[in-house]
Design a protein around this ligand. Structure first.
Ligand code: HEC
Ligand code: HEC
Ligand code: HEC
Ligand code: HEC
Ligand code: HEC
Ligand code: HEC
Length: 423
């Protein structure tokens, strides 16, 4: 009896220790992944917005940026805002910091002949992510040589999630085995004592309750880890290098070309098209030189369509297609229709794709996860009363009239039913 008791106490002790250990490990792991996600997002926003002029460590058109947060913070408070807040203002729109008279900003603006762009559409948290990347540029870089190819980046990023499922699965299995064993031991001891354990112990002190609590904690942190990783799988922030350096910032931003001039089918059908090179040639028969790459990039359009810029003739024989790298890609089992969202729902391109008109290189702005779709469907009201498209929903019309419901969201009209989105 005595030896058995010791045995059990020892076991319980190691049991607790293991739990504490596992919990800490998975907690730390989940946090490291939060940082990694932040870094990845910061990096891709840096790449598409800042990298044309800046490098964290080397001077370019703009100064090297490593340590920039400390430099602004050291410049001190001005008009009740800290250095870091002025740094945010600068990145948003440097004119604001200069016209407010912040000395550091004024000196900075006068330091170089060229000017920085403005980034009014970057949110504060985006700037935080970019700064986090700038200050930790080497942190998550793989030790493996070069992973430059854009396609490999996809598989590389999807890799860890399988390992992670295994890891979490392993943790759960361990927990379950431990529970079974301790329960058995409990039972044996109780039987030998000839009493029912549970009758005496309050429920919150029972082992089962504690185990359940820990289990929830472990599953939760495991889930968080997996969740962070599966975002990589969905490639939020994915910004591949394209075969021709086509800039949305130049075309849709500076030259204000309408999105649908090029993406004509975005309001007509399921998919939004990528324009054919003939669309490009509407203008580029005349425009053969760009502000940044000169004739180099536009020459690629000519080569692809077989255009002889000197004789102004096409030679179909010389044409070879350009293969744009696809950025957004939902799994096959999901149905998404652009026309319903753009035309019927009146959702703006930018709500889902972000400030494309400021992007040098397009990146995936939204997570494209199921939660993302459903959240918006829950929160977005549809123009119900005035829309004939909805006259089929007579019941909802009645409820609305009788004030049983006060608003109609996409969810009300079935936007969260599985079969709407899944084949
Ligand atoms: C078109 C080129 C260009 C782009 C794009 C650009 N910058 Fe700049 N940046 C500059 C120049 C040039 C300066 C120096 C100030 C001046 O002369 O106006 C500067 C200065 C800065 C400074 C101050 C540096 C210091 O040492 O205090 C920060 C911070 C900064 N840029 C951040 C960014 C971030 C973040 C982005 C992307 C969101 C970005 N810049 C995009 C050109 C650019
Ligand atoms: C002059 C033509 C043109 C205009 C105008 C234009 N785009 Fe594009 N867009 C392209 C081309 C070419 C690509 C493919 C190359 C690339 O990704 O940069 C593209 C790619 C995209 C992609 C990524 C597609 C993918 O692979 O998943 C999105 C999203 C997008 N455009 C949205 C917009 C939005 C929003 C606007 C308006 C603010 C706009 N575009 C204006 C030509 C254009
Ligand atoms: C509605 C007119 C229009 C269309 C359509 C158009 N472009 Fe342009 N593109 C321009 C203008 C204007 C410029 C800038 C010329 C300048 O500023 O000197 C330009 C510049 C460029 C540059 C040079 C960028 C640089 O900085 O050197 C490239 C590359 C380019 N376009 C690619 C494309 C491609 C690819 C398409 C088709 C998907 C396309 N363009 C469609 C008007 C157009
Ligand atoms: C409600 C969100 C939403 C809105 C609004 C939206 N898109 Fe998209 N877009 C998506 C999703 C999701 C995908 C990925 C579709 C897929 O993989 O089947 C996508 C893909 C694309 C693509 C890649 C080609 C394709 O169809 O897969 C282009 C180009 C594009 N969108 C342009 C636009 C333009 C231009 C507008 C505005 C006229 C627009 N989008 C409005 C969500 C949206
Ligand atoms: C920014 C908000 C927003 C996001 C994000 C969004 N939707 Fe929607 N969705 C709407 C609105 C608004 C409507 C209603 C259109 C209407 O008035 O019928 C709608 C309607 C739908 C419908 C029903 C109409 C139809 O086409 O049969 C489907 C299916 C749908 N969405 C799928 C998706 C999927 C899949 C995603 C994610 C990939 C998504 N939506 C993301 C706003 C959104
Ligand atoms: C508004 C659109 C929408 C609705 C409604 C919806 N889903 Fe999804 N679902 C998606 C999208 C988008 C994905 C792809 C997400 C991704 O790739 O991470 C997805 C993925 C999934 C997956 C695969 C999970 C994975 O990680 O690939 C399953 C299983 C699933 N949905 C089940 C359901 C069930 C069950 C329902 C009904 C309760 C439902 N869905 C309703 C949009 C929707």
């Amino acid at each position: 009896m005595r030896s058995e008791h010791n045995h059990r106490a020892a076991f319980k002790f190691s049991f607790k220790a293991i739990f504490a250990f596992l919990f800490t490990v998975s907690f730390l792991f989940a946090h490291a992944q939060d940082d990694k996600a932040k870094w990845e997002e910061g990096k891709s926003m840096f790449k598409s917005n800042c990298a044309s002029c800046h490098n964290p460590k080397a001077d370019g058109t703009g100064p090297a940026l490593a340590g920039v947060t400390a430099r602004w913070e050291a410049a001190g408070e001005f008009k009740g805002k800290t250095g870091t807040q002025w740094l945010h203002t600068w990145i948003h729109n440097w004119h604001d910091a200069v016209s407010a008279g912040d000395k550091y900003a004024v000196d900075m603006a006068n330091s170089r002949p060229s000017e920085m762009n403005v980034f009014v559409s970057l949110k504060d948290e985006d700037i935080d992510k970019i700064l986090f990347y700038i200050e930790n540029a080497d942190k998550f870089v793989k030790t493996a040589p070069v992973v430059a190819a854009t396609e490999t980046a996809t598989t590389e990023e999807k890799g860890p999630s399988a390992t992670l499922y295994l890891f979490v699965g392993f943790l759960l299995m361990l927990v379950i085995i431990l529970i079974i064993v301790t329960n058995k031991l409990d039972k044996i001891v109780a039987e030998k004592k000839g009493e029912a354990v549970s009758a005496k112990t309050p429920f919150y002190k029972t082992l089962n309750f504690k185990v359940a609590l820990l289990l929830v904690a472990i599953v939760y942190s495991g889930y968080k880890t997996v969740d962070v990783f599966s975002h990589f799988g969905r490639q939020q922030g994915y910004a591949p290098t394209q075969p021709i350096r086509f800039s949305h910032a130049l075309h849709a931003g500076t030259h204000k070309i309408d999105c649908q001039y090029c993406h004509q089918t975005a309001n007509k059908g399921k998919n939004s098209n990528i324009p054919s090179l003939n669309t490009c040639m509407n203008c580029h028969k005349q425009v053969s030189k760009g502000p940044k790459y000169g004739t180099e990039e536009i020459a690629k359009i000519y080569a692809a369509v077989g255009w002889d810029a000197y004789n102004k003739t096409y030679d179909e024989g010389k044409a070879k297609p350009v293969e744009w790298v696809r950025i957004h890609n939902l799994p096959d089992h999901v149905a998404f229709n652009h026309a319903t969202h753009v035309n019927v729902g009146k959702v703006k391109c930018q709500t889902c794709h972000g400030p494309v008109e400021t992007m040098e290189t397009v990146y995936q702005y939204s997570p494209l996860s199921m939660g993302w779709c459903i959240n918006c469907h829950r929160n977005t009201e549809v123009q119900f009363a005035s829309n004939n498209y909805y006259s089929v929903y007579t019941k909802i019309h009645e409820d609305l009239k009788n004030k049983k419901i006060d608003k109609v969201t996409v969810a009300t009209v079935g936007g969260t039913e599985c079969q709407r989105c899944h084949y």
